[in-house]
Design a protein around this ligand. Structure first.
Ligand code: FMN
Length: 446
């Protein structure tokens, strides 16, 4: 008998909320974005809803104009370690860039978080999209897009070797004989490649999940190929059911080449649900947030996403001539999504800024809990999603409303768990613990 397929839900948490005017809304608490307890409370709300995981995005530069939005905040691995201490089940996914880090540091930090949380760590692997980040790391220019992915592949080769560098039973703990570890079960990485030279082994014993859950969020050609090779969950922005289905099929069809099956990778599109007890109430909240937008902020965000400076362009005009995706050295897939959205719906800059306000290109849906559950069910049952990245437009209320009003509907429909059954993040996502590449290959020398 095959187990019934159920949804996986990840709460994508963002300071005052995902809407770029969330911090101005009366329900948000932007004064708490450097208050640990605020994030601990959000995590516990997500855990009360039996969500699979929480997730923090990250960049290594100040993103967006601080004059107009509550941007900036905690480094995700540090924050998630503190959240681990007050939660028991919820998965903890941190974004870390392969372009501006070293594999040894990164493997070590994730192995530590996995131990600290009892097997709940996940890594959102990003290659970083902005030149502002390069400028914080001794570079004037950003590494070219395809080279960032070359580096990311080598980074993952090394990181996974390091996580395997202690076999599961390497620690002998023989007090009598004075033997702590079976060093025959500790393996060097002995890596010398294009970008990295790493001797290994890691200085953290193998963690509960073996490897943290590997998540990826780039949807360009290179991004999809990288995901097919390494990722176990993919975050993606898709505007329509048809686009979602195309992306889903495309990504799953690439897995066989790497000896993987379709169930080895979960596709989780983002959705920013604007929830109201009636449809009119939801639409009114959406409008209220649009009315709070600062156009200068929206224009700066749009300029960043499109790689074109739009300062001074009339808000009631349309987009100027844009470059081709191949000439974009930032986030290619988001560039194309935004350009297509504007073209398809014939939007003015003002309308485009309003459409991007809640989700930065992720799908926004305003409606009742029932209508939102219908949307999730439709994508889930029509080949566009294995679950969703839930992006509350305003926090904490948007998450509380989702947990209290949408989750119970999904549970009643048999689409979502009512209790955690797994112990680790991988178990809750229904993904296997990776075998250690060295186990069974070495003589025992204890
Ligand atoms: C849901 C989601 C979250 C993302 N979070 C981040 C992030 O936190 N940091 C980051 O640098 N890029 C983030 N990205 C973008 C990238 O993952 C990506 O590495 C990069 O910009 C290249 O994308 P591309 O392959 O589409 O060009 C995110 C994308 C999505 C869909």
């Amino acid at each position: 008998m095959t187990a019934t397929r159920t949804l996986h839900l990840n709460a994508f948490l963002m300071n005052a909320g995902h809407h770029d005017a969330a911090w101005r809304h009366p329900d948000s608490t932007p004064e708490r974005v450097t208050d640990l307890r605020y994030f601990q409370e959000l995590a516990r709300t997500a855990e009360r809803g039996r969500l699979d995981s929480i997730f923090f995005a990250d960049g290594v530069a100040l993103w967006g104009k601080a004059r107009y939005n509550a941007v900036g905040g905690f480094e995700p691995l540090t924050l998630l370690s503190a959240i681990a201490a007050v939660t028991e089940h919820i998965g903890l996914i941190a974004t870390v860039s392969t372009t501006f880090n070293e594999p040894f540091h990164t493997a070590r930090k994730f192995a530590s978080l996995d131990h600290i949380s009892g097997g709940r760590a996940g890594w959102n692997i990003v290659t970083s999209g902005s030149v502002d980040e390069a400028r914080n790391f001794n570079r004037d220019e950003h590494l070219e897009h395809s080279l960032r992915y070359d580096r990311a592949r080598e980074f993952l080769d090394v990181a996974t070797k390091l996580w395997d560098s202690w076999e599961d039973d390497a620690i002998v703990l023989d007090k009598e004989r004075g033997i702590y570890a079976d060093t025959g079960k500790l393996h060097p990485a002995a890596h010398r490649g294009e970008y990295f030279g790493v001797a290994g082994p890691l200085n953290v014993p193998r963690s509960p999940q073996g490897h943290p859950l590997l998540v990826q969020a780039g949807s360009s050609e290179d991004g999809k190929e990288f995901a097919a090779q390494y990722a176990e969950a993919v975050f993606t922005a898709q505007q329509t059911l048809a686009d979602g289905q195309t992306f889903y099929k495309d990504l799953k069809s690439r897995l066989a080449k790497y000896g993987r099956t379709e169930s080895d990778l979960l596709v989780l599109p983002g959705i920013a649900p604007v929830i109201g007890s009636t449809e009119a109430e939801a639409k009114a909240l959406e409008q209220q947030l649009t009315d709070l937008q600062v156009p200068e902020y929206g224009l700066a965000q749009l300029s960043q996403m499109l790689g074109v400076d739009l300062t001074g362009h009339p808000l009631d005009g349309t987009l100027p001539e844009l470059p081709e995706e191949r000439d974009i050295n930032g986030n290619k897939s988001r560039f194309t999504l935004v350009a297509e959205l504007a073209r398809r719906d014939g939007l003015t800059l003002r309308e485009l800024i309003a459409r991007l306000g809640a989700g930065r290109g992720h799908r926004v849906f305003a409606g009742t809990p029932e209508q939102i559950a219908d949307q999730l069910e439709e994508w889930f049952t029509h080949g566009a999603a294995d679950g969703f990245n839930i992006m509350a437009p305003v926090l904490p209320t948007g998450l509380t409303d989702f947990v209290d009003h949408v989750v119970p509907i999904l549970q009643r429909r048999g689409l979502f768990r009512t209790e955690y059954t797994g112990r680790t993040l991988r178990e809750n996502y229904g993904l296997p613990r990776p075998a250690n590449r060295y186990t069974g290959t070495q003589p025992v020398t204890a």
